[in-house]
Write a new protein. Sequence first.
Length: 211
Amino acid sequence: MNQIDFALQLSFPSVMVPTREPVVPMAWPGERLLIASNGVFLEINRPWIRLVRRLGSFEWRTAVPYGEAAELTELPCGSVPAELVAEFARMARAALPNEVGAWIVWDAATGLFRLVPLPSLSHSPAHLSYDRPQLRDREWLVIDCHSHGRGDAYFSGTDDRDDQHDVKFALVLGHCHRTPSVALRLCAKGRFEPAQTIPQKWMTALEGEVA
């Protein structure tokens, strides 16, 4: 095997799911494929999240001598504090009518979250460009936040392109002059999963900002 393919397989390995015991979770940050009797799955591991998602099923039934895999979501970081979402809402209101961005990051050493404002390269009521910030050692991006000024909260085609390769939650606040509208989704290496509900503590905190 040539050295490039060897390096690629080391960085993105494939694992055959055992039949008589659970597959051992990844012990390091990265991605790998799980080859199972019920399809091919992508496993994503970060200190703050572990995901398993099915990439595809087999086109016909055949004897694949491996165990089954299942989709899962684990969040070792726990819940994101509502106070940080409310703090971003204050940033968004102060930036009106322009858009603004921030990251909510998690420290794997201390278990603490913090809000990191994103310095704008350029922004307007319909546009935001920024540099990705330098995080501290053992900090990880959990939520990528941006606002839509007085407009609605939604994910644009530009957002889809920006989020294509990331592992994170993405949060948009709209109608920032009043109680904000909210759009939230999980981004996992090109897969976007819209949140079915917004955490009630977040909504209570956002409503309190305009009470």
